[in-house]
Design a protein around this ligand. Structure first.
Ligand code: KIV
Length: 299
């Protein structure tokens, strides 16, 4: 039976998944100092230990270098890069070349981080060969895993990628690449039927071999229910506090945006305000000729 046609996950299947990850650690036998801080199997161990996972988006080398000096568990090179870095109105404009370039930049800034590269719009829906070529581009650019949006029609492809040795992170709920189908950025899984579909899709992704799932914009109770039903961790963004970890867009949590934040964003810094103040101070120093000083000039 193909992964595509199965709707439930049994205890036996869960055990198989656990065993699979336990036996495929690429760092087995290595001295702890030579290990990456995070690995795909480690995601599942962290859930077993009840230790929440922190994930942050990043698209460039200098931010990656800063993140590399923090306690963050992993970095997502999200296709939100097309909006945040390139100014497009949706993630539909991200391409595999764009994502590979951002992934490579992040890898240069954070040589030892666990990096997940986002498969952009439709890049995983073409022929099997081209899907693998796209996966290869992200992995050779420096990703440790890839993320794929949606379950329907993706399960066989995900199993094939996993069988080919590449860890896959799923993404359910408000999957932004499907914004046109949703008719906007709306909370998902509110009605009973939609709730059941999401739970089933999460189980299907686990069965297909995903090591974790991003769950975006769903009611908190549903986030918790899905997290409790699965062995693999659920990384929430607008999915409440009952999941196994959280992800935010770096620029959102640093307050770099100029518009209204989504409800689920917590700002840890007023970045845009601080940057504006710094630029205005610099402008003033230049125009009043107080910059550069003697100390900032060559003799
Ligand atoms: O592209 C992205 O940044 C994402 C996160 C919002 C989860 O998919």
């Amino acid at each position: 039976m193909g992964a595509e046609s199965s709707l439930t996950s049994t205890t036996w299947e869960s055990e198989t998944i656990r065993e699979f990850f336990a036996n495929t650690s690429i760092h087995k036998g290595l001295d702890p100092k030579d290990r990456y801080q995070m690995t795909a199997p480690e995601f599942i161990s962290r859930k077993e230990q009840g230790k929440p996972i922190s994930m942050i988006t990043c698209y460039d080398s200098w931010s990656a270098a800063i993140i590399a000096e923090t306690d963050m568990d992993c970095i997502l090179v999200g296709d939100s890069a097309s909006m945040v870095m390139h100014g497009y109105e949706s993630t539909i404009h991200a391409t595999i070349e764009m994502m590979a370039a951002h992934t490579a930049a992040v890898r240069r800034g954070a040589p030892h981080a666990f990096i997940i590269g986002d498969m952009p719009f439709l890049s995983n829906r073409i022929s099997r060969d081209i899907v693998l070529q796209n996966v290869r581009q992200l992995m050779q650019a420096g990703a440790n895993a890839v993320k794929i949006e949606g379950a329907k029609g993706n399960l066989d492809s995900i199993s094939h990628i996993v069988d080919s040795g590449v860890p896959v992170m799923g993404h359910l709920g408000l999957t932004p690449q499907a914004v046109n189908q949703f008719g906007g950025y709306r909370v998902q899984g509110k009605e009973e039927q939609a709730r059941r579909v999401l739970i089933n899709e999460a189980l299907q992704l686990e069965k297909a071999g995903c090591f974790a799932i991003v769950l975006e914009c769903v009611p908190a109770a549903l986030g918790e229910e899905i997290a409790e039903s699965l062995i693999i961790p659920i990384i929430g963004i607008g999915a409440g506090n009952g999941v196994d970890g959280q992800v935010l867009v770096l620029q959102d949590m640093l307050g770099m945006g100029t518009g209204k934040d989504p409800k689920f964003v917590r700002r840890y810094l007023e970045g845009a305000k601080l940057i504006r103040e710094a630029l205005n101070q610099y402008h003033q120093d230049v125009t009043t000729k107080t910059f550069p000083s003697k100390k900032e000039s060559y003799a």
